[in-house]
Design a protein around this ligand. Structure first.
Ligand SMILES: Nc1ncnc2c1ncn2[C@@H]1O[C@H](COP(=O)(O)OP(=O)(O)OP(=O)(O)O)[C@@H](O)[C@H]1O
Ligand SMILES: [Mg+2]
Length: 484
């Protein structure tokens, strides 16, 4: 085990950054009593403390909001906030009291929903706010947030940043983990950088600049944004003709994707990007329209049909749709090869799988001790790479990706961009949805912009600008004449 140290002042916002697998989440889990350290100690107000459980850490006012949220989907908000410490009258859980107090905390975090709302029905952004409301309810003195904005809309992120400011002013100390360096720059009083489970440096005040953080994290210069080579594209491989999705049945969508083309799917949260990708992969089949693949009409009524046609989807929510975390890396990469009624993986199959797993670990630089490691023991970013590897091993004709670099560190992002470019140059067709403007502008040959379930515009490379994408995303028409 490598040694790592950290200090935190009252009312300080400390950002902890580092590459995927640097040990950020692990250190936070130790501070919050989820895991225990092999050696070393934790001191609070000068006193030694030792946490055997999250409950003990919580009693000291330390609360961790996990990278993968930790709420019970089937319970309501109030039940989640007071889980295990329900207020009681005469031994009976006092629901009215739970709801009354929960409402107060919800108001503090600016969440306008009833405490009786079932958590599973909330967006991830709102669930995040519930986690914070829960932290407030235990009077947290130290609030640890592990990649809180990775699935928030920019509006939700802004609300979170305001709340962090308020908490800081009230003297709450905050540890903030993020791969988004612009957020770190905006929020942090101090930045601690981890690399390979050890301290790699510290930045303060004016030193907190993008390039300095990257240098310290990666140990080398990484350009502000990856600039890609563009290749001529080939024939149309995929054509959607007047399709309608279950979510937005009132709108017809039509578009084409060419071989070797990287097409971006832009839009605001809720514009229907995820729904469209899921329909093309057969998760929620289309309710009307036709899909054509290499000139032949195809039906995409289930993921297995889509896979048979060479269409693969790297989903947004890796934990729910992308991985079986109790399986090893090699078995996850082999998952798409499993057919219904097939038992086990079969011997020859396994050799092939082993081979492609090693290839993918290499290609994507997945940090794992062996391919037999269970995925749940990998860091968040490395889990994401396993999902990508799983589908790449299928050698698809069309690769659909939904927020492919979520939770991926800046160095690894570049690797993924390079890989997408390389696959396109080998004439794979790629359609990716992203909320990161830089990614859309820097990577796409062409951008399809969605607004409330319909295509509000298509921008080719010459027409592409942040302004044009934003205008279309908010439903305004733009002048799409190429710039002179
Ligand atoms: N100090 C340490 N010494 C040795 N191994 C460590 C140390 N800290 C973490 N590890 C190991 O490194 C792996 C990844 O760590 P962790 O999940 O904390 O990464 P992370 O920085 O949160 O990455 P990501 O950005 O991808 O979420 C874990 O398997 C963990 O056991
Ligand atoms: Mg992590």
């Amino acid at each position: 085990m490598d040694q790592v140290s950290l200090s935190l002042g009252q009312g300080e916002v400390l950002a902890v950054i580092g590459e995927n697998g640097a040990g950020k989440s692990t250190l936070m889990k130790i501070l919050a009593g989820v895991q225990t350290a092999d050696s070393g100690d934790i001191r609070m107000d000068g006193r030694n403390c030792h946490f055997e459980s999250t409950r003990e850490a919580m009693d000291h006012g330390i609360v961790l909001i996990h990278q993968e949220l930790n709420l019970c989907d089937n319970l309501n908000i109030g039940q989640n906030i007071f889980l295990g410490r329900e207020p009681r009258t005469a031994g009976i859980i006092n629901r009215r009291e739970i709801n009354r107090r929960s409402s107060e905390y919800l108001k503090m975090v600016g969440l306008d929903v009833a405490p009786t709302t079932v958590v599973g029905s909330l967006t991830i952004g709102k669930q995040q706010m519930v986690e914070i409301a829960k932290a407030l309810s235990v009077n947290a003195r130290v609030l640890i947030m592990d990649e809180p904005t990775s699935s928030l809309s920019s509006k939700e992120s802004d609300a979170l940043f305001r709340l962090i400011g308020q908490l800081r002013d009230q003297g709450v100390s905050i540890i903030y983990i993020s791969h988004r360096l612009s957020e770190v720059k905006r929020l942090a009083d101090r930045v601690v950088v981890l690399r390979d489970g050890q301290n790699a440096g510290e930045l303060q005040g004016e030193q907190i600049q993008h390039d300095a953080m990257v240098q310290c994290m990666v140990g080398r210069d990484v350009s502000q944004f990856y600039s890609r080579q563009r290749h001529p594209t080939g024939d149309v491989v995929f054509k959607a003709d007047k399709i309608r999705t279950f979510e937005w049945p009132q709108h017809e969508l039509s578009f084409e994707i060419r071989a070797g083309e990287i097409v971006g799917l832009a839009g605001l949260v809720g514009a229907g990007r995820t729904e469209l990708l899921q329909s093309l992969f057969g998760i929620t089949p289309l309710i009307a329209g036709e899909c054509w693949l290499e000139g032949k009409r195809v039906l995409l009524n289930s993921p297995s049909e889509a896979i048979d046609h060479g269409i693969c989807l790297v989903p947004e929510d890796r934990k729910q749709h992308g991985l079986i975390v109790d399986f090893s890396v090699v078995n996850n990469i082999g998952l798409p090869n499993l057919k219904p009624n097939q038992r086990g993986f079969g011997f020859s199959n396994f050799a092939k799988q082993r081979h492609s797993s090693i290839e993918m670990c290499d290609l994507l630089d997945i940090k794992t001790p062996t391919i037999r490691q269970l995925v749940k023991f990998l860091s968040g970013g490395n889990q994401q790479k396993v999902v990508i590897g799983k589908w790449l091993a299928q050698d698809p004709k069309i690769l659909l990706l939904d927020e492919p670099t979520r939770g991926i560190d800046i160095g690894a992002k570049e690797q993924i961009y390079k890989l997408m470019e390389q696959l396109a140059s080998e004439s794979m067709a790629i359609l990716f949805a992203s909320s990161e403007m830089e990614e859309i502008l820097g990577l796409a040959d062409r951008v399809i912009v969605l607004h409330e379930g319909h295509v509000s515009g298509v921008l080719d490379h010459q027409q592409l600008s942040e302004q044009a994408v934003m205008q279309l995303a908010t439903g305004k028409a733009v002048d799409t004449k190429p710039k002179a």
